[in-house]
Design a protein around this ligand. Structure first.
Ligand SMILES: Nc1nc2c(ncn2[C@@H]2O[C@H](COP(=O)(O)OP(=O)(O)O)[C@@H](O)[C@H]2O)c(=O)[nH]1
Ligand SMILES: Nc1ncnc2c1ncn2[C@@H]1O[C@H](COP(=O)(O)OP(=O)(O)O)[C@@H](O)[C@H]1O
Length: 207
């Protein structure tokens, strides 16, 4: 299969700003989309089925897993999360760039199977990370405690990624993230695929 789109992995500790940054970026860039994962986590207030996640029970998740539906899957904070393989491959085949918002375990699994560009988002400090999780007003204190406990482990993997973006000032972080995507698109190898006809007409064949 000719996969002309680029696959991006974006990881961060919970509350690091992945979802906000990705949504802001998708509003500004064309030809790029985000994969909607399956999860056994209960929906938060305001989360929409098929938009934020496909919310499934454990039996359904296991069924998908056994059927080979997932490109990768992992247990994070005691819930299962998985990425739909077919959907991702279809977008890439259409030339659409795809973002996976997944944890470091999923990133490992995807990197073993496919070419991709990986980006890790760091918060400016633990204090700010905690403040953002609290201010998001979506999770109970107990859930926030678990996420803060796991944050160090997730962050310890940041050196395995191609790029690191610090999400202190939102607009600056968004600019950095967009710059990575744009620079990637300008790489010669991608230009060749996207502008084949133009390049063909520009290069005059010697007699
Ligand atoms: N491996 C893997 N991780 C995922 C997937 N979807 C989400 N995650 C990770 O699961 C973690 C928890 O996600 P979520 O419950 O939505 O919490 P949030 O990150 O605080 O918004 C995040 O760190 C994501 O990176 C997936 O499909 N695969
Ligand atoms: N640079 C930033 N400055 C202030 N608040 C931010 C910033 N980035 C994200 N937030 C806020 O922090 C909270 C966590 O961000 P979110 O995108 O949900 O993180 P993640 O998807 O990584 O868990 C949200 O309420 C979001 O609006």
């Amino acid at each position: 299969m000719n996969l002309s789109g680029t696959l991006y992995i974006i990881s961060a500790p919970s509350g690091g700003g992945k979802t906000s940054l990705v949504n802001a970026m998708l509003a500004e860039l064309s030809n790029i989309t985000v994969s909607i994962s399956h999860t056994t986590r209960a929906p938060r207030v305001g989360e929409i089925e098929g938009k934020n996640y496909f919310f499934v029970d454990e039996a359904t998740f296991r069924h998908h897993q056994e059927a080979g539906t997932f490109l990768e899957h992992a247990k994070v904070f005691n819930n299962w999360y998985g990425t739909s393989k077919t959907w991702v491959l279809e977008q890439l085949a259409k030339g659409i760039d795809v973002i996976l918002e997944i944890d470091w375990q999923g990133a490992h699994a995807v990197k073993e199977q496919m070419e991709c560009t990986s980006i890790f988002i760091l918060p400016p400090s633990r204090e700010v990370l905690l403040k953002r999780l609290v201010n998001r007003s979506q999770d109970s204190q107990a859930i926030i405690d678990v996420r803060m406990k796991q944050a160090s482990q997730e962050i310890s993997h940041h050196t395995e990624y191609d790029y690191v973006v610090v999400n202190d000032d939102f607009e600056l972080a968004l600019h950095d993230l967009k710059s990575i995507i744009i620079a990637n698109r300008l790489r010669v190898v991608k230009q060749k695929v996207r502008y084949e006809a133009l390049l063909h007409s520009l290069v005059v064949k010697e007699q």
